[in-house]
Write a protein that binds this ligand. Sequence first.
Ligand SMILES: Nc1ncnc2c1ncn2[C@@H]1O[C@H](COP(=O)(O)OP(=O)(O)OP(=O)(O)O)[C@@H](O)[C@H]1O
Length: 252
Amino acid sequence: MQLQSKPLLEVERLTGGYSRQRPVLHQLNFSVHAGEMVGLIGLNGAGKSTTIKHILGLMQPHTGEIRLKGRTIQDDPTAYRRTYAYVPESPLLYEELTVQEHIELAAMAYGMQREHYESRSAALLEEFQMSAYANRLSAHLSKGMKQKVMIMSAFLVRPELYIIDEPFLGLDPLGIRSLLELMVKVKESGAAILISSHILTTIEKYGDRYFLLQKGKLTATGDMEALRAQAGMPEASLDDVFCSLVTRGEQS
Ligand SMILES: Nc1ncnc2c1ncn2[C@@H]1O[C@H](COP(=O)(O)OP(=O)(O)OP(=O)(O)O)[C@@H](O)[C@H]1O
């Protein structure tokens, strides 16, 4: 893949976390380009969600800088936030709103025109087998259905960057397939995807590059070939490379 010269997302020397006395992330440097899917991988507690919270602008870096399309969240908070859509690990919905109302809310937050929103939302509801539930209150949805609402809201607004945190666990097989197909489609149309997941066999099939986080530090980055080379395992799967690299990291 030909990478554009200017990355969409730039994370520079990011040190951050929940208290300045005990940072969780240490001097992270990475970038994500338009048209690529990057997998953020690491053991439980490695710092994946904390990294994502910093990128979303929910947490302030202790030191370092995060830029989306060249600007920080301080430069222009609205423009910064409209560049990405976020699918959280656990669905966060307003219990008293319906599926359709949630999707509408996302459209409004991103300033979408009504005609775009209506046709796209109908297509997404169909794709995720949710048309029959469009008017159901979110309080009455199953866990996977709630997750589908978050996914549909993100894909509705067609952002330049999708930030997706562990999406595969609550979804049924058809939902997973729909999500993966959509991810391929938006990537082909030039969007970037930063996805965090422990389901490495799936990530390996779709990812262009991977960032391996260990105890808040980036210990490996690159495509499968680069990771295999670092692990000294020329034919290995991402799963095997991951296990080998993290075991060495935990012992060091
Ligand atoms: N709200 C919080 N307050 C204080 N420390 C936290 C908080 N959330 C997470 N941490 C700590 O930050 C570190 C990184 O956690 P994080 O949630 O980023 O890991 P993760 O890689 O996303 O893990 P998982 O794969 O389990 O989701 C852990 O040591 C965790 O205990």
